[in-house]
Design a protein around this ligand. Structure first.
Ligand SMILES: [Zn+2]
Length: 164
């Protein structure tokens, strides 16, 4: 361990009483043989430790902690608004900052909803028409089958009866 390493340790871990094990042994061994580092250690101790000797830990008044808790809770409320506030604010922002864009967006949504609704109801009408056609075809087929079975190939109308 050289002088620079020892002086770095003096200013950091040694004065905080955090040195241990092999590093502490090497550190002490260096101080025993190096007068300059011993002097540096004395100066550092006087500058960093002596002025604060005899100080006691002051207890923080409960009112201060209460204030801190209230401020934290206030910040939490401000940064995590409810979804109703979020919706309300975004609605206000949309209408306030870019009213034209907001209305264009709303109109697009309405038009799309209407168009999709029209398409769906048209599909339903087409399906209903198809069903009617199929039912009519089935009726005709059934009718012609029963007519054939009865030996009557006509449609059974009055006009047919009059002319045939
Ligand atoms: Zn040294």
């Amino acid at each position: 361990m050289n002088c620079n390493q020892v002086r770095d340790l003096i200013l950091t871990d040694y004065l905080d009483d955090r040195l241990s094990g092999r590093i502490l042994d090497e550190f002490k061994a260096h101080l025993l043989k190096c007068a300059d580092c011993r002097e540096f250690e004395q100066l550092a101790r006087q500058a960093a430790i002596e002025p604060f000797k005899g100080l006691t830990t002051a207890k923080t008044p409960e009112a201060v902690w209460q204030n801190v808790r209230e401020r934290i809770a206030e910040e939490d409320r401000r940064f995590s608004p409810s979804w109703v506030e979020v919706l309300g604010n975004s609605w206000k922002n949309l209408l306030g900052v870019r009213p034209a864009a907001a209305w264009v967006g709303i109109c697009c949504v309405l038009i799309l909803t209407f168009a999709v609704g029209q398409h769906v109801s048209r599909q339903k009408v087409l399906k209903a028409q198809d069903k009617e056609k199929v039912e009519y075809l089935a009726f005709l087929l059934e009718y012609s089958e029963t007519a054939t079975q009865n030996g009557n190939s006509g449609y059974g109308t009055d006009i047919e009866a009059m002319f045939l």
